[in-house]
Design a protein around this ligand. Structure first.
Ligand SMILES: C[S@@+](CC[C@H](N)C(=O)[O-])C[C@H]1O[C@@H](n2cnc3c(N)ncnc32)[C@H](O)[C@@H]1O
Length: 259
C-alpha cells in the first residue's frame, strides 16, 4: 500500500465475495473471485458487490426508498437538531486519526463529514445498499475534500475481508434490516481485535410526535417492534457493552468492543 493510493483504490484490496467469502481481485475492469470465477462490476467507479437477488424484503424497500429520497437527504442535516445529534454521537464515539473506520450504511457521508470537521483524519470506508445515496456520498466527498472508499453492498453480508477496521459504526438503517443479528455479526467480523463498535437508530418515540413525522412513520415504518435497542443481540463475549440515549430518548446507541 503506498501513501499515494486513494482510499477508493485501497478499498479494492479489502473486498471479498459475500457469497463465497473469498477475497476479490481487480482484473480486466471487474472485481473477480478467482476461486469461483464470479465477477462484480463497477458503477461510476464504485464496485457493486451485490447480486439483485440478495436484496429483498425490508432491505428492498429501504433501497428503493433511499434511492428516491437521496437528492433530498442532506437537507435533514441543515437543521440545528441534526447538529446537536451529531455532537451527542461524537461525545460517545471514540475515533482517532490514523484509524481504519468503516461506516456501514454510510448514506450521503454526513457522519464522516462531521468527523472531518472535528479534525479526525482517519482512513474512511463505507458501504450502502442504495446507489442513489452512494452517488451523493461520492459527490459530497469530492466537495468536502475527504478521501473515502465506497462500495455498494449489504450491511448484513458485508463485502469486506475479516479484521480490517479499528472502528465499525452504523447510524440510522438498523431498525429495518431483514436480519439484525447478521448485521451485528458482520460488523464484528470485519473489526480488528480490540476494535470499537457503535450502532444507533431511532427509538419508537418518533410515532409520539404529532404531524408529518408520525404520519410518515405509520406509512413507511409500520413495525413498531423494529425500534428496539438490540442489546440482546450483542454476543456475550463482547466487552464494555453500553447503551445510551440521544436527543432526549429519540435515538438509542449501543457501544461495545471486540475482545
Ligand atoms: C437514515 S440513512 C443513514 C445514513 C447515514 N448513516 C447517516 O447517519 O446519515 C439509512 C441508510 O441505510 C441504508 N441501508 C438500509 N438498509 C441497508 C442494508 N441492508 N445494507 C446497507 N445499507 C442499508 C439506506 O440505503 C440509507 O442510506
Amino acid at each position: 500500500m503506498t501513501e499515494l493510493q486513494t482510499k477508493q483504490e485501497e478499498l479494492l484490496t479489502l473486498l471479498r465475495n459475500p457469497a463465497s467469502g473469498n477475497p476479490l481481485v481487480f482484473e480486466n475492469g471487474v472485481m473477480l473471485d478467482p476461486h469461483t470465477g464470479e465477477t462484480f462490476d463497477f458503477r461510476d467507479g464504485i464496485p457493486v458487490i451485490l447480486r439483485p437477488d440478495d436484496v429483498f424484503g425490508w432491505n428492498r424497500k429501504q433501497q428503493r426508498g433511499y434511492n428516491l429520497f437521496s437528492p433530498l437527504y442532506d437537507v435533514l442535516y441543515k437543521f440545528k437538531l441534526a447538529h446537536k445529534w451529531l455532537a451527542e454521537i461524537a461525545d460517545i464515539m471514540e475515533v482517532e486519526s490514523g484509524e481504519y473506520v468503516l461506516e456501514t450504511s454510510v448514506g450521503t457521508g454526513q457522519q464522516i463529514r462531521d468527523m472531518k470537521r472535528r479534525g479526525i483524519a482517519a482512513h474512511f470506508f463505507g458501504n450502502d445498499l442504495s446507489f442513489g445515496m452512494l452517488r451523493r456520498c461520492q459527490k459530497n466527498m469530492k466537495r468536502w475534500e475527504i478521501d473515502m472508499g465506497l462500495v455498494q453492498g449489504n450491511a448484513e453480508s458485508l463485502p469486506f475481508q475479516d479484521t480490517l477496521f479499528d472502528v465499525v459504526f452504523h447510524v440510522g438503517g438498523f431498525n429495518f434490516f431483514n436480519d439484525k443479528l447478521a448485521a451485528i455479526t458482520e460488523m464484528i467480523r470485519v473489526a480488528k481485535p480490540g476494535a470499537k463498535l457503535y450502532i444507533a437508530d431511532e427509538t419508537d418515540t418518533i410515532r409520539d410526535r404529532p404531524g408529518l413525522l408520525a404520519r410518515i412513520a405509520d406509512r413507511w415504518m409500520p413495525r413498531r417492534e423494529a425500534f428496539v435497542t438490540p442489546i440482546d443481540l450483542i454476543p456475550k463475549d463482547m466487552l464494555h457493552v453500553e447503551t445510551h440515549t440521544l436527543l432526549k430518548d429519540k435515538f438509542w446507541l449501543v457501544a461495545f468492543r471486540k475482545p
